[in-house]
Unconditional design. Sequence first.
Length: 125
Amino acid sequence: MSNPQQLRYSKEHEWLSTAEDGVATVGITEFAANALGDVVYAQLPEVGSTVAAGDTCGELESTKSVSDLYSPVSGEVTEINEDVVNDPALVNSAPFEGGWLFKVRLTQEPDDLLSADEYAAHTAG
């Protein structure tokens, strides 16, 4: 599995893009997508809602289980990926591209996220 170097990662298996104009993109990692199995339903946070780092903000349902979605950062949700709502399998087929989940305007810079190499070490066990 290859984790894009430009992203940062949470220990709960979400990724975060570098914020552009204060807005960052959030998704789940390929590791998490593979562990979940085929994603069949995505409940994402509402646009305009506030999310807090480490808090549950949605769910991903797969053929195996239902898994909570955690926000890796605090801020206001500015957009959700309607493509994933309509075709949840994008989370499995393109977790780092078309399968992104939501965008958030950061209220503070995260300080506890992992680099790609640190995340690879975290998931190696």
